[in-house]
Each structure stands twice: as structure tokens, then as C-alpha cells.
Design a protein around this ligand. Sequence first.
Ligand SMILES: [Zn+2]
Length: 223
Amino acid sequence: MFTIAVGSFFLVALMLTWRVISRDTRPPTPGDAPALPVVVPSPTVDPAKKLVGIVSGHAGYDSGAVCPDGLTEAAVNQAVAQEVVDLLRLKGINAILLEEYDARLRGLSADALVSIHADSCNVAGVSGFKVARVTDSAIPAAEDALVQCLIQKYAEETGLPLHPSTITDNMTRYHAFYEVSPATPGAIIETGFLLDDRNILEGHPKMVARGITLGILCFLDGR
Ligand SMILES: [Zn+2]
């Protein structure tokens, strides 16, 4: 009797346990509480911010070109360069504003480097901008892409014509190209001529900056 009772007790206990286990392991039904969300990192989101160096031409060094009334190229460059940095930061890019011979240029490893200059104020009858990269590039495909993006977007935004015939050694052998890491794609832009394009360069620095920023973003998006 005792044996049967104990045996029955264990049998009942075993059945109850089985029911509990079955209930807990049954597949979820639509009425169940929602499962906790599973956080899966998206492979398309780059967690590291891109780094872009912007050189404000002549800053911390000299005035660059000077107009008869005292307007300097350095002042025009500064307004544009600061705006480019602000716009890039708004786009989540780690943009740094650099002086002409900034110590941070040495060995700089960045996603792009763009130096902003403007042309002389004593040549009448010429208008337009130009963009160049270093002659002996270690990464010609990337630097050509940067130059092309800058040309396309700057022309679209400002309406200024390209003036490639006045690209000089000062552009293609620009000092900063030899200071940064050879793997940093670099370009220099002459935004226009300070005499005939003054209305745009001095009067609309935000438009000028937008053209450069869109060119940089075009390049970064294509990488
Ligand atoms: Zn200059």
C-alpha cells in the first residue's frame, strides 16, 4: 500500500513536472507577450566619423592676394573655409580647420584634404575657378575622383566657369600635399578671381562653401 502510494505520488509529480516543462517550452502563440527586441548592429552604419581637413588658404601666414581697397584673399578664404567646416560637421563629419602651414598637416591621415584659395585681384577680364591635385599622386584614382566631384558640384552651385588654363605649379606641387600622408586624398581649389568674381567670393561665401562641401560629400559618398 505504501509502495503503491509512494509510486503514485512520484508518478503524479512526474506528470505535473512534465506539464510545466511542456507549457514553458511550447512555441509562442499570437497571444503571448511580445519578445524582447534583439539589437543587431547594422553593417551599413559606419561607427567612426570621417575626418576631413580644410585649409584656410594663407591663414596664419600672409594675406595672399590683395585688392586695391584692401580686401585680402586670406579674409575671403577664411569666411568660406569656416563655413565648409561648419557644413561638414552638420553632416556628421569630423572636419578640422587648418592654417596654411598648420603643424597638424604633417602626416595627417584623413578621408580628404581640401585647401581653399582664391586668385589674384589684379587681372581684369578673367573669371572662373579651378581644382588640382598633386602631380605625382600615390592614389591618382581617388584624387581624380575628388577633383571631379569638386569641379562638378562647385560649378553647379556657383555657376562659375572652369578656368583650367591657369593651373600653376603652385597648385600641382602645393606644399600641403607633401606634408599629409600619401594615402590622404588631397585637392586645392582656387574659388575664383578676386577682381571679376568678387561679387560671388566676397558677397556669397555661403554659396561658395556649399559648392565645396557638396563636392567633398560627393567624393566621400563614392568611396
Ligand atoms: Zn592663395
